[in-house]
Design a binder for this molecule. Structure first.
Ligand code: ADP
Length: 405
């Protein structure tokens, strides 16, 4: 076979329960060609958005695909039209690595089999992710694939944060706190290290506030605690997920509402959170626009801010003080109102927001007099994935020669 330049075109795929985000890089994680998202897959109003290299132009459109594989094929066809057919590697966000998988690594048949075994750990996320890995393997049999685990960032959780207060035999079966949003947290810590190397070694709280929302307490660069637990439904209330609840509710609903396990799962993952409380929407922007005239929207927004404030307080205690607070995710990056409501009254912790900087979504929004530096950082999980692919596959900054097999 002729010796070919290995393509350094890397595709990063980030499948959620009903969305598929992607980004295409050519020659390094800083060289993004395009990125975008399929939203509301399989639901009414599904949309596909493709952004150009500068992200100045985006092109939303309705498409017919009804599942992640249909979206993938649509995407590959678009790429083929643009001449992007020979990938050097593909990286996948894999929400759960179970007890076995930590750092990013090449996908193998054994790994896919093991991921199938732990689907019950993340029944909403793992099936579409496994399906995408399998589909890419079928379409490009020799293409190396890299799995990037969202749980990996939290492998440093100390035992006291990792154990759940239930009979200890369950720990052996893998029932414990794992934590999620790890690819986002890894990106945020790398950014923080670039902006302020000392701060990244200090006491940090990362607040990823999007449709899914969680907080992580990080000390000396290592995750010390996080609000999500065995599944991503735990912790803060989110767009549609309840977050932490009284465990007694499961039995109460079973006995008094004849609620099945599936119905309970659906309730806490799809009908709760901002949507459940507001009865209007899971979308924070919409609730902020409605809260002056609708008490239900107001309740939902207030609860979200109150809960985030409580988690901030508890993680500050766990860290023994706080040096840096980072807001991220769609809500954390874009909503001055939510950030200021979360931080209101926390001056006693050293958190003091500058109103003008906050209004402008500035990178640093704390007052010079505040002890805690409060930052807004745009997170990019797809870039963390691409970084891992270039590293794991050794695609490096120079084109490498290999023999095509
Ligand atoms: P995902 O978790 O699916 O990646 P995002 O991180 O994009 O989601 O966050 C989506 C959330 O961010 C939605 O609730 C949306 O309303 C909210 N959001 C986006 N922009 C704003 C804004 N300007 N003000 C308030 N909320 C916003």
């Amino acid at each position: 076979m002729p010796r070919n330049l290995t393509s350094r075109l890397v595709l990063a795929l980030n499948a959620g329960s009903s969305s598929l985000k992607f980004a295409l890089f050519d020659g390094g994680e800083s060289a993004r060609v395009t990125d975008g998202v399929f939203d509301r897959i399989g639901l009414e109003g599904m949309r596909f958005t493709l952004r150009d290299r500068s992200r100045s132009h985006s092109e939303p459109m309705a498409i017919a695909a009804t599942d992640p594989i249909g979206c993938l094929d649509f995407l590959l066809e678009r790429f083929a039209h643009g001449g992007y057919t020979a990938f050097g590697g593909v990286g996948h966000r894999v929400v759960h690595g179970g007890t076995r998988y930590g750092p990013p690594q090449r996908v193998t048949a054994a790994m896919v089999n093991e991921l199938r075994q732990i689907v019950p750990f993340a029944p909403e996320h793992l099936p579409p992710e496994i399906a995408l890995i399998t589909a890419m393997g079928e379409r490009f049999p020799t293409l190396p694939q890299v799995a990037c685990f969202d749980t990996a960032f939290h492998r440093t959780l100390p035992r006291v944060a990792r154990l759940l207060p239930i009979p200890r035999r369950y720990e052996a079966a893998g029932v414990r706190r794992y934590g999620f949003h790890g690819l986002s947290y890894e990106f945020l810590m790398a950014e923080l290290g670039r902006l302020d190397p000392n701060a990244s070694q200090g006491r940090v709280i990362l607040a990823h506030l999007g449709n899914g929302a969680s907080l992580a307490a990080v000390r000396d660069g290592a995750s010390l605690d996080t609000s999500m637990a065995f599944t991503p439904a735990a912790g803060l209330m989110m767009g549609r997920r309840s977050g932490d609840l009284d465990p007694g509710l499961a039995a109460f609903f079973a006995q008094h509402e004849d609620m099945t396990t599936e119905q309970f799962h659906h309730l806490v993952n799809h009908q709760s959170g901002l949507l459940g409380v507001s009865e209007i929407s899971s979308d924070m922007r919409e609730l902020l626009a409605r809260e002056a005239t609708d008490a239900r929207a107001h309740d939902a927004v207030e609860m979200f801010c109150y809960q985030t404030k409580k988690w901030l307080g508890s993680f500050t205690a766990a860290l023994g003080g706080l040096d840096t607070l980072v807001f991220s995710g769609g809500i954390g990056e874009n909503s001055p109102s939510i950030r200021s409501r979360i931080c209101a009254g926390l001056e006693f912790l050293g958190i003091d927001i500058d109103a003008a900087a906050n209004r402008e979504n500035a990178a640093l929004i704390s007052n010079a007099s505040g002890r805690v530096r409060v930052r807004v950082i745009h997170t990019e999980e797809e870039r963390t994935i691409a970084r891992a692919v270039y590293r794991v596959l050794g695609l490096g900054t120079q084109a490498e020669e290999t023999t095509e097999s």
